[in-house]
Design a binder for this molecule. Structure first.
Ligand code: ATP
Length: 243
């Protein structure tokens, strides 16, 4: 579509059956522009028309929500591996960001909707990806921090770029459905951008934990080596800062 508020919000409404025809299978929704892009915990994802890729994929998984806790990280691995194949190396920041030269290049937002049906329990995952292709100064000023973009990818045909990302994404979602995050843990750790770095885990600006980032475990939890040994942190709504 040319413009919408949020591709994730649109697909969530479709999955809930509250807007448009009920989803029956996987559906991709890409927008030239999102006017109300979302991040985690009510934060915003900002983009300028024609300067970013913003799209969401609805995918149905058997079982309940708990199975999906590592999904945002698995999607990060899929996107990072595709960008690497295209010639743009990136690193991962726990739980849901892609970094280029230390700055945020892409964000991932997974939202879920229970899909009760005759076949038993299932869950719709709405996998949203925002990737900066170019970053005009005024947009970076609005975001309020230094962010990254891949201008040379902006010259690639937009549909071909989405198709390349989708290929890797679909293969990863299928793999995740079979094996869960265990199939992605080692790959995530290889791409970890803050391995061994001193970090703080924040909840709404308040420091919950401090320590050295030691990668993720087989459930996608962040391993943190702190004063009292190693702890594992589930993503929830917490954020990570380098110290
Ligand atoms: P943080 O990156 O601050 O640790 P997070 O990963 O929890 O936070 P998300 O919810 O994934 O954050 O993304 C929203 C945040 O990303 C916004 O609060 C803003 O700081 C930043 N942001 C918004 N738009 C962009 C963009 N186009 N490129 C890079 N970063 C952005």
């Amino acid at each position: 579509v040319r413009e919408t508020g949020s591709t994730n919000a649109d697909l969530l409404a479709r999955a809930a059956g509250s807007c448009g025809p009920q989803l029956s299978g996987p559906l991709l929704l890409a927008a030239e522009h999102q006017s109300a892009g979302r991040g985690r915990a009510g934060r915003s994802w900002l983009s300028a028309p024609g300067h970013s890729l913003t799209f969401s994929l609805a995918w149905k998984f058997d079982g309940g929500l708990q199975r999906l806790s590592g999904l945002p990280l698995a999607v990060g691995v899929a996107l990072a591996e595709t960008l690497d194949r295209l010639g743009q190396p990136v690193r991962l920041k726990w739980p849901n960001d892609l970094l280029k030269d230390g700055d945020k290049l892409a964000g991932i937002l997974v939202e879920t909707q229970r899909a009760a049906g005759p076949a038993g329990d299932a869950t719709w995952a709405i996998v949203g990806i925002g990737l900066n292709l170019a970053m005009p100064d005024e947009l970076e000023a609005r975001i309020g921090r230094s962010v990254a973009a891949v201008p040379w990818l902006a010259r690639m045909d937009r549909d071909a770029l989405v198709a390349a990302i989708l290929d890797g994404l679909v293969a990863s979602l299928q793999q995740f459905a079979q094996a869960g995050f265990a199939a992605f843990g080692a790959r995530w750790n290889l791409l970890h951008g803050w391995q061994g770095e001193p970090v703080a885990v924040l909840d709404h600006g308040k420091i919950l934990h401090e320590g050295l980032a030691a990668g993720v475990d087989d459930a996608g939890r962040l391993l943190l080596d702190g004063e009292h040994g190693r702890i594992a942190i589930a993503a929830g709504d917490v954020s990570l800062r380098m110290q």
